[in-house]
Design a protein. Sequence first.
Length: 131
Amino acid sequence: MTSRFTELTVDCHDPERLAAFWCEVLDFTVIDRSAGKVEIGSWVPTVDDVRARQMPPTLVFIQVPEGRAGKNRLHLDVSPIDGSTEDEVTRLLGLGATRTDVGQGAGRSWVVMADPEGNEFCVLRTLALQS
């Protein structure tokens, strides 16, 4: 018996806004939407696909009344695929992200950022081909 990692759920105030932000960051699309909930992904999950193999998880944004408290215990890491890390940071700032300090110190190879609701995530080294 085994399980699959099928989705990561993010509690938030505005699921539509966060879903739109993360769709732009990850090149995902909205795959499901209902009152107070938006699911995004790079594919549309089917039971057969999930049973057959591990697939990339989707992100689900659920509206909740309470705010975030303290530093995230879980966060996403993203890696640019077609530009430098700094180019990606600049793009994400334009989408509404902010730089943030969680005590990481200076001179790190990653950049800590926060999405429009303050959820931290890291931009890691670029995966772009270097010429």
